[in-house]
Design a binder for this molecule. Structure first.
Ligand code: ADP
Length: 592
């Protein structure tokens, strides 16, 4: 049994209860016994010596020839001994004269050595009966004066209270016995109580300890409907709810962990002191460094804003920063998060490289469009102005030349606008491909035949090499021809007169290909080679414009081939000249 345990307390309470109960009952009992005895003694004496009784009359009546009054009184009192309770042992009577001398009595030895108590002295002094009781004294007494003719006597009755003392000690030992008995019962009872009260509480405690250790597998048995039963039931309910809540929190955490793990944005969380609490793989990848336990805020983002400044912010405010790492543009969002004392700073890293590039390309595109349109417009305007100013003074031949330039320039503008329209339709996905099967080899030889004259004008040696048995392909014939024409025209344009151009076509697996090789000026700079499919990109602007190029041809061609799920790319080969290769799936685009 543990000290301070409920069982111990129960035993202690029971013992205290029994002891205090017995003490109170004992004291009350003993007190009332003494009181009763005292009261009984004085009632008995007063009744015996009251005027109505024969005793007093007998005592006061003198008999004739009486020699010794005291002896006479003695004989009368002996006769009344029963009603006075005089037993000669514990209660005696003494007959005295008014001076207090012992004359006769039931106890001569006691009479000779009589102790003069207040009641006796009182009667001796006043001649009146005296029966003052004294609870504290160890005796009870009463003195009654008797007048017999001339003689005066005092009858003094003294009780040494032994009877009541004996009774009290008897009572006391009874109470002690009852106490001992009560104590034994209380200990037994406390064992019983502990079985009904302490045992379920112990079970509850063991259950609570299990729950505290995270074991929710077992419920605590409810054996009773009393308060402890209700408590156990409530505890089981509470443990169930706790388990649900913990499960929910766990799920949320797992969800968050998975989210962090797989999100493309980088997330790094710091504590108030700047230590890394959490960092997802994307963050390390974007920042091109490992974020470990030894990394801290100052080392990672201290240059964007000091930690204190971010912590001072109020949600939903945040600070923004930018950084270029490994050729990528990163946007940084720094915001505090507050969880009472466990707040910190959260940094979200967003890769805005594509956005930046797109913006840049858009800006460049708008600038290019404006530039490309302004040049022919300026030309048209200046020629038209000159014509208007000359007011017919100009020779007709010159006028015709001027008008020809104006017409050419407006054609060029129309060309550019048409190309732009084609591109914007392709961008908007508005261009419907008219997919029909056609023989690929025939299309290539058609293109060959169409440009043959032009090639001859430039003294180019144009040849066609077709693999035999080229299949039919599913594609938009018009568009594919447009792409082929563009590539072949470029080869003719960018090859100085007298060059060699080879158009070849074949099949590889489920794809067909067409390649155009020339030995012209080529594109020696790798930076230019990477950009020729960009809109308005031209390696040599002046040359391209001279030959009527807009710089949009290849970008349109590439878009069209992409829509067919084919490829259009430069062949990586040493110069001179350039090789462009187009491949197309024979079965056409799969999800058109
Ligand atoms: P353009 O209308 O200027 O020809 P393209 O989009 O068709 O525009 O071509 C883009 C640029 O690629 C051209 O301006 C030219 O500089 C380069 N280019 C294309 N084909 C060839 C080639 N066969 N040889 C050399 N350079 C070429």
């Amino acid at each position: 049994m543990r000290r301070g345990s409920l069982h111990m307390k129960l035993v202690l309470i029971m013992v205290l209860l029994i002891v205090s109960l017995m003490t109170v009952v004992g004291a009350f009992l003993i007190n009332s016994v003494v009181g009763f005895y005292l009261k009984d003694f004085y009632t008995q004496i007063n009744q015996a010596f009251s005027a109505e009784t024969s005793l007093l009359r007998d005592l006061q009546t003198e008999t004739e020839g009486e020699e010794n009054g005291a002896q006479h009184i003695k004989s009368i009192l002996d006769a009344y001994a029963g009603s006075l309770g005089v037993d000669g042992r514990n209660r005696n009577y003494y007959i005295l004269d008014m001076e207090g001398n012992y004359l006769a009595g039931s106890d001569d030895a006691g009479g000779a050595a009589l102790d003069y108590k207040p009641n006796l002295l009182n009667t001796m002094r006043t001649g009146q009966p005296s029966s003052q009781s004294d609870v504290a004294a160890d005796y009870m007494d009463a003195a009654i004066p008797i007048q017999r003719g001339e003689e005066s006597y005092i009858i003094y009755i003294l009780d040494n209270r032994e009877t009541v003392e004996n009774l009290n000690s008897e009572l006391f030992s009874l109470i002690v016995e009852a106490l001992a008995f009560g104590l034994v019962i209380s200990v037994l009872l406390s064992f019983l109580l502990s079985r009904t009260v302490v045992a379920p509480i112990r079970r509850l405690t063991a259950g609570a300890e299990r729950v505290a250790a995270g074991d929710f597998s077992r419920k605590i048995e409810v054996n009773s409907q009393d308060e402890i039963g209700v408590l156990t039931d409530t505890f089981n309910g509470m443990a169930g709810q706790l388990q649900d809540t913990i499960q929910q929190v766990e799920n949320e955490r797992n969800k968050l962990d998975t989210l962090f793990l797989h999100m493309t944005d980088g997330v790094v969380a710091f504590s108030r002191s700047g230590a890394v609490i959490h960092a997802n793989p994307a963050a390390g990848e974007m920042l091109c460094r490992t974020i470990g336990p030894d990394s801290d805020y100052t080392g990672l983002f201290g240059d964007v804003a000091p930690l204190e400044r971010v912590l001072e912010l109020e949600q939903p405010n945040y600070l923004q920063g930018e950084r270029e790492v490994g050729g990528r543009f990163l946007e940084l969002l720094l915001t505090p998060f507050d969880r009472e004392s466990q707040g910190g700073v959260l940094v979200v890293i967003h890769d805005v490289t594509t956005l930046r590039r797109t913006e840049e390309m858009r800006r460049e595109f708008v600038a290019n469009v404006s530039h490309e349109l302004r040049t022919p417009l300026t030309n048209i305007r200046s020629y038209a102005e000159t014509l208007a100013d000359s007011a017919g003074d100009m020779p007709p031949k010159m006028q015709a030349d001027f008008l020809k330039v104006i017409l050419n320039e407006s054609d060029r503008m129309t060309h550019i606008v048409q190309d732009l329209l084609t591109l914007s339709r392709l961008d908007a996905g508005q261009t419907e491909l008219k997919l029909l099967p056609f023989p690929f080899g025939r299309a290539v030889s058609d293109v060959y035949n169409a440009v043959l004259l032009e090639a001859q004008r430039h003294n180019h040696a144009l040849s066609l090499e077709l693999e035999p048995g080229l299949p039919e392909i599913l594609a938009d014939r018009e568009r594919i021809i447009q792409v082929m024409m563009n590539v072949v025209s470029n080869a003719i344009k960018y090859t100085p007169d007298g060059g060699t151009i080879v158009i070849s076509a074949g099949r590889t697996g489920e794809k067909v290909w067409m390649q155009v090789d020339d030995n012209g000026i080529g594109i020696p700079d790798p930076a230019d080679r990477a950009r020729i499919f960009e809109r308005f990109y031209r390696v040599d602007k002046a040359r391209s414009r001279e030959s009527g190029g807009t710089g949009l041809g290849l970008s349109i061609a590439k878009e069209l081939v992409d829509r067919h799920q084919g490829t259009l790319e430069l062949v990586d080969r040493p110069g001179p000249g350039l090789s462009l290769r187009m491949t197309l799936p024979i079965g056409g685009p799969r999800h058109e």
